[in-house]
Structures are given as C-alpha cells and as structure tokens.
Design a protein. Sequence first.
Length: 315
Amino acid sequence: MTQLLPAIPSVDERYFDQRRYPDGVAFMDGQYLPMSEAKISVLDWGFLHSDATYDTVHVWNGRFFRLDLHLDRFFGGVERLRMKLPYDREKIESILTNCVALSGHKSAYVEMICTRGSSPTFSRDPRQAENRFMAFAVPFGSVANKEQLERGLHVAISETVRIPPKSIDPSIKNYHWLDLVKGLFDAYDRGAETALIVDTHGHIAEGPGFNVFVVKDGFLGTPAFGVLPGITRRTVFDLCAEIGLSATAADISRAKIKEADEVFITSTAGGIMPVTRIDDTAIANGLVGSVTRRLMDLYWQKHDDPAWSTAVFYP
Ligand code: PLP
C-alpha cells in the first residue's frame, strides 16, 4: 500500500514528523512520498516518448546553489515544449524545499520534472495530454568519486554524435540520453571512466551529465554548439569574470583538447571535476592543474554565500 507523507499546505504551516528519509523524498500528485513509493504510469509520454523536461539543482550544507538559475531554465524548457505546470514558481520552490527538509539531507540532489503526461481519452494529440509535475530530493551524487576528484578523471572520446540541436534544442534540458549512454559504454570498453561525445562537425560536445572546459596558456574555452547550457558551466564563466580569467565558448577539436594545459568537466552532480587523461594521452604532466584547483575551491566557497545560495529551513 502506498505510504503517504503528511501533506504540507504551505511553508508556514509545515508539519514535519521526526522521521527522516535516507533514500529521499518525492512530490507527486499533491503528496510527499518516500522515494520508493514515487512511481509514474507507463502510459506517461515522458516515459514512452521521452517527452519531458527537467532540471537538477543541488543542496550543499543546507543551502540550494543558484536555485533561481535552475528554475529559469526549467520554466523556459516547459514553455518551449508547450507544456503547462500546475503550480507557479513560488509553489514549486516551496515543494523543492519541502522535499529536502523532509528528507533531512543537508547535501542533496534535487530534481524537478514536467512530463507530457497522457490523454484521458487516449488521444495521440499532445495538446490533449494532461501535463504532470513531480520533484524529488535524494542524497547528493557526483560524476567523479573522491579518488577521481583528487587524481583527475580518465576520459575517452567516443565517435558517437550528440543529438543535433536542429533535432532537439539542447537548452531544453531533456532525457535524450541514448547517445550519451552509448558513449559511456564505448569509454568503459576502452578502460576509461567516462566519455565525451562529439557534435555533428566532429568537435567535442559534452558527456553524460556534464560540460567540458579546456585551459590553454591561461585562457579557458568550452564548446559553444549543441550542448546544454549548464548552470555549472555558467558558474565557471561567472567565477572567471570575478578573478580576471578569460573564458570563451568556441569549437574544440579532439587534437586541441589533448594539447590543453588543463581539462575539467562541470555538472551539478559534482561541480568542477578535473580530467587528467583523455584516451591514451595524459593532459600536460598528468596532474590536476592550478587553474582547475583554484576554480574548484572558489566554486565550493560560493555555496555559503547568500548571493549565490538559499538556505533550506530544517525543523
Ligand atoms: N550536459 C548534459 C547533457 C547534462 O545532462 C548536464 C546535467 O545534467 C550538464 C551538461 C551539466 O549541466 P549543469 O551544470 O546545469 O548540471
């Protein structure tokens, strides 16, 4: 039987019991649920057609990091997919906060999703579908583990081409991941830990859940074309502006990435993460570089800064 958590009508009237949910808490159909109870219909086009958009924000030391930017991207995607959310921005913010607070996690990975839903009359017309909003907070996860963060990730470049922007607008955060998953298996087959895949021109695009940066002669670069405009990528631009480093978005060839002084990847799932080997090539001396380290430090420092983060109220 489905176990429902107490309904939380508003932030002010929140009712919390003393239990905490180590596996996380979800919000669906107006109810908060333990993660194991959060299930969707197999008829939802989010599942059947990948007709959905989502966003992921993290909470670190009890504070959301750059929540406004994540909400902007989510609302933008929903609008461009011609979906309708049943809640306004303020309500969604309070739902996300409640999921985190109920879970009890001080560091969490928080996802908001809008699916096309399905049509009550079994119509195949997407305009007839009833769109669905759901959200969840689960323990914080990272693309790189502790050891990989210290010594740098080993990455393989796959021949797989990222779905072109003329097919799917990459600024709408989406679950079209078959290319990324294929890239990941290519990387595993070659003894690497994760993958970069290429754009339609053969330039480096992005990886499964992350953007990529190169540092060469003190200048930073990241692919401009066919990638999700990541919030962590944007944060790197903002941090560079603050400390006087130059960062630009432009094409990066396979040769150029291997000749870089430093390479790092960026994701809400882990922040700024160093890369020290690509295919059979060590990047520079094979050690994590000083620009990467400086940006990693600054990135995590900003998580306590009220200009960049929002506190979660835990009862
Ligand atoms: N690229 C893809 C395909 C992603 O799925 C993600 C995050 O999930 C990113 C890049 C990084 O984006 P962000 O920094 O907003 O987490």
